[in-house]
Write a protein that binds this ligand. Structure first.
Ligand SMILES: *[C@@H]1O[C@H](CO)[C@@H](O)[C@H](O)[C@H]1NC(C)=O
Ligand SMILES: *[C@@H]1O[C@H](CO)[C@@H](O)[C@H](O)[C@H]1NC(C)=O
Length: 466
């Protein structure tokens, strides 16, 4: 697989050739079990190979392109899915505006002599863009839309998905590409020869105001205190190694992070592999990955006392949809915006830091000990992996199911997948082991478990601003 030639990346959307939907059709039309369909979908993926071993990519943390962490399972026999809520991170992007990666390049180019794996820098030019969704990220988002259609098209009898996006352009573009993937699949099913369905309308929420799809808390402590401790431990040996190939270059610890980041961003922007990737070993990637774990944990995760509250607004919206009752939230829900409750499929597009806050507010990935910023724990003690929680195009999917023939008999149930891994929902313990085994929780218990959100964060929201 890794040796496959990289197809040329399309540079603008939409990223689908006219031929593709009908090719896909044979997979979908057969009404195969979704599991089989998903395998075919992955096999047909148009996302380019990156030329970097998966073993390394799996340690790319929050900058890893999407990969499924578990295997999606159909609902248990006797249950049908009757509502789906998708919360999805934007696809792979260029570096952020404040990522000053060029600084590391400049410092290395200032060396008296460049040798070995650094020789390429002699005539290297930094050309990465900023902030925007990459073609690679657009394609992964598009395929996520196709996959959602494959799994959930039976819900369309209640109308099309209601789609929202936080206002940053890359998030809006992600929602657009997802919608295209979703609608092209819909079109391929219904009328293979006509024109594709028009894209879905997207409710854009400005990031300048209360936005349940964006994290915001000016008074939250800065996670740099923690990430710097780890950076200053893992970077110095790497600097020593690099300086052997760059006599006279004055590298700072931050440059090590910049160079590791550059490998990833150049690779996903311009596949195949960036020359920066050759500078680093497996263990160094694990060290780098831990930097991101620490960052997410202390930025909006459990390590930040004002982290989880930033996800409360979304949780309250989710509860409103699941229970079919108006939103009750005194944090970031904006009641002036349309918020229908009559759909069966909702898709919201956002950033990773908001998703981590939502996990925290809900009780997912609740690690028992704070992450130690001074040492990388042995593998068996690690539970918090940014790469498994919030890679690019990460998605949390909350399914509502009805089991046992309806009529209030069985009652509504909930299960949650994060990147296709079924979550254990320990926080929502019904004391029913059969349900727990299936990752199911009654809707009533789920709602009961969300007291922190239902109380609008117990005063933490106010602490963000006062
Ligand atoms: C898909 O993403 C690209 C950016 O990579 C963007 O230019 C394009 O407008 C997006 N398509 C839709 C339909 O939003
Ligand atoms: C956000 O919501 C809070 C509470 O609902 C409110 O006090 C505040 O004025 C809102 N801020 C903006 C910018 O709308």
């Amino acid at each position: 697989m890794e040796k496959a030639p990289s197809p040329v990346l399309p540079t603008v959307g939409p990223f689908i050739s006219k031929a593709t939907p009908s090719k896909r059709k044979s997979t979908v039309k057969g009404g195969l079990l979704a599991a089989t369909g998903i395998l075919s979908l992955l096999a047909l993926s148009r996302v380019p190979q990156l030329g970097v071993p998966e073993k390394i990519q799996r340690h790319w943390g929050q900058y890893s392109p999407y990969f499924p962490v578990g295997e999606y399972a159909q609902p248990p026999p006797g249950c049908v899915i009757d509502q789906v809520n998708i919360l999805q991170r934007h696809g792979a992007r260029y570096p952020n505006d404040d990522d000053d990666y060029y600084k590391a390049v400049r410092r290395l180019q200032g060396a008296k002599q460049l040798k070995g794996d650094l020789k390429f820098l002699k005539d290297y030019e930094y050309t990465l863009g900023v902030d925007d969704l990459l073609a690679f990220g657009a394609l992964q988002s598009y395929e996520a839309g196709e996959l959602a259609h494959m799994r959930y098209s039976q819900l369309l009898t209640n109308g099309l998905p209601f789609v929202r996006a936080s206002g940053m352009q890359r998030v809006v573009d992600t929602a657009g590409n997802w919608s295209l993937g979703f609608m092209h699949s819909n079109f391929a099913l219904s009328s293979p020869r006509g024109e594709p369905d028009s894209p879905l309308p997207i409710q854009i929420i400005s990031e300048e105001r209360n936005d349940t799809l964006n994290n915001d808390c000016p008074n939250a402590p800065n996670q740099d205190y923690y990430t710097d401790q780890w950076l200053h431990r893992f970077a110095p040996p790497i600097i020593k190694k690099l300086q052997k190939m760059a006599k006279g270059a004055h590298l700072e610890d931050e440059d090590v992070k910049r160079l590791l980041d550059l490998c990833i961003f150049e690779t996903i922007a311009n596949a195949p592999k960036s020359a920066f990737c050759d500078l680093f070993e497996y263990q160094e990637w694990k060290d780098w990955e831990y930097w991101g774990d620490v960052e997410k944990y202390y930025k909006t995760g459990y390590g930040d006392p004002l982290g989880p509250v930033q996800g409360v607004g979304y949780i309250n919206e989710l509860l409103a949809r699941l229970t079919g009752t108006p939103v009750a939230d005194r944090t970031t829900h904006d009641a002036a915006l349309p918020f229908p409750l009559d759909r069966a499929l909702y898709a919201d597009f956002t950033h990773e830091n908001l998703m981590v806050a939502v996990y925290g507010a809900m009780g997912l990935f609740d690690v028992s000990k704070h992450l130690d910023p001074t040492r990388l724990p042995p593998d068996e003690d690690r539970e918090w992996f940014a790469g498994r929680m919030v890679p690019f195009s990460a998605r949390m999917v909350v399914e509502r199911l009805s089991c046992g023939g309806g009529d209030g008999g069985g009652g509504a149930l909930v299960r949650i997948f994060v990147n296709d891994a079924l979550q254990p929902l320990e926080f929502c313990n019904d004391g029913d082991e059969d349900l727990a085994e299936l990752g199911l929780c009654t809707l009533a218990s789920f709602v009961a478990s969300q007291g922190y959100a239902r109380r609008s964060g117990d005063g933490d929201f106010e602490k963000c601003y006062e």
